[in-house]
Write a protein that binds this ligand. Sequence first.
Ligand SMILES: *[C@@H]1O[C@H](CO)[C@@H](O)[C@H](O)[C@H]1NC(C)=O
Ligand SMILES: *[C@@H]1O[C@H](CO)[C@@H](O)[C@H](O)[C@H]1NC(C)=O
Ligand SMILES: *[C@@H]1O[C@H](CO)[C@@H](O)[C@H](O)[C@H]1NC(C)=O
Length: 178
Amino acid sequence: MLTVLMLALVSAFCVNADKPTSPPASNTLTIADVAVSGNLTILVAALKAADGKLLAAVTNSSTAVTVFAPTDAAFQAAITSLNTTAAALLANKPLITKILEFHISPSIVMSKEATMHGVKVSTLLPGQDLLVTKKGLGSKAKVFVTGYKTKAKVLKADMLAGASVVHVIDKVLIPNLS
Ligand SMILES: *[C@@H]1O[C@H](CO)[C@@H](O)[C@H](O)[C@H]1NC(C)=O
Ligand SMILES: *[C@@H]1O[C@H](CO)[C@@H](O)[C@H](O)[C@H]1NC(C)=O
Ligand SMILES: *[C@@H]1O[C@H](CO)[C@@H](O)[C@H](O)[C@H]1NC(C)=O
């Protein structure tokens, strides 16, 4: 009986230990707040245009995810290479939802966890992972995130948004849409 209780206690601790690494501190900001204050206007518009569940998650400071947040310049470049316009992209709810889901991981990944060989990170798109890599050492290290055929550079890492973390990136990661 005692053994069973101890095992239960031990496994309760293990569950805690297995939790993804949490950000060092948390605040009451939401992902949307961080995106607005970072001038990520197309990302904000995209989050509003996507599936409502996504908007609910990014406006809730209890949400614990990692967001790779493309800059406006990154969105403009992606819009050009997809031969579309911002309005047309945002009007395509299934497409913009899929693209955004590819930028959100259900686990917390801080930039210090990036490695030379890469850390595989799942996304909200089933079966489509990202690889977070690091090049260089110490303060000169640069962090990259690769998704399908796109490799983006992290421009601003580890911005805390409530229980979530946001990394600003220089390219839109286009998932395998086939
Ligand atoms: C956002 O834009 C405003 C106005 O142009 C500027 O003052 C501010 O520094 C910008 N913030 C960031 C994080 O780039
Ligand atoms: C915010 O997220 C938490 C955790 O997922 C959830 O329990 C809560 O109901 C959400 N709040 C709102 C206002 O949706
Ligand atoms: C966009 O248009 C260019 C030129 O017409 C074409 O070469 C390219 O394959 C198109 N790209 C997509 C994603 O449709």
